[in-house]
Design a binder for this molecule. Structure first.
Ligand SMILES: Cc1cc2nc3c(=O)[nH]c(=O)nc-3n(C[C@H](O)[C@H](O)[C@H](O)COP(=O)(O)O)c2cc1C
Length: 192
């Protein structure tokens, strides 16, 4: 049974992204959760953090995040695509939690077995591929932010929520399929 640590970033409990989170967690056997909006996670790196050396202590909230990540076999990042990236609070989480001496130069963390990036988007994947945004987001999340910090990683984008405004039935069917996909991903973390 794998312990999953989930980093979640959406401000509203009445969102599609929240439903995706709940569906994913319904399949997971054991998890811890960092809900960045609910906890008011400070997303702006301070001058002191910027100046710290690899062996200097990290702030207490950063140490808490790193301990949760280190205790897990799987990491999951659940968020909506905002302006072709994650919400600012999650970008700031990477700025602060991926510290020198832990996540890079030198990387001392033990790579996690699996990292899952699970994001929602207004556009369909085909549209995001046509503009190059899909490839860019995947490269940034898996190539840079996850990188060698996970033995395997996957980028799952559940798109098409703009349909909600124009085709309610179409969106209802797409949404049901997306939520089942998220639940299946959650269940898949139980293996190994
Ligand atoms: C500030 C903001 C920026 C957004 N930028 C994008 C974007 O760049 N690409 C995209 O496909 N959807 C974009 N969307 C749509 C969201 O991805 C979509 O509403 C979300 O994934 C699902 O809705 P939810 O807020 O109910 O969870 C944006 C939405 C907001 C509020």
């Amino acid at each position: 049974m794998s312990r999953v640590h989930v980093v979640y970033a959406h401000p509203s409990p009445h969102s599609f992204t929240r439903e995706v989170l709940d569906a994913f967690l319904s399949g997971v056997a054991s998890y811890t959760l960092s809900d960045l909006y609910a906890s008011g996670f400070p997303a702006v790196m301070t001058a002191a953090e910027y100046a710290r050396a690899p062996d200097d202590p990290v702030p207490a909230d950063v140490a808490t995040e790193q301990a949760s990540l280190a205790a897990a076999e799987v990491w999951a990042f659940v968020y909506p695509v905002w302006w072709a990236d994650c919400p600012a609070v999650l970008k700031g989480w990477f700025d602060r939690v991926w510290t020198t001496g832990w996540a890079y130069r030198p990387m001392r963390l033990r790579p996690v077995r699996r990292a899952i990036v699970l994001c929602t988007a207004g556009y369909e994947i085909a549209d995001l591929e046509a503009t190059g945004h899909y490839q860019a987001m995947r490269a940034v999340m898996l190539g840079d932010r996850i990188g060698g910090r996970a033995e395997s990683s996957e980028f799952v984008l559940l798109g098409g929520s703009v349909l909600a405004g124009t085709d309610r039935d179409g969106w209802a069917a797409r949404k049901a399929a997306h939520l089942e996909h998220a639940a299946e991903l959650g269940r898949s973390t139980r293996a190994g």
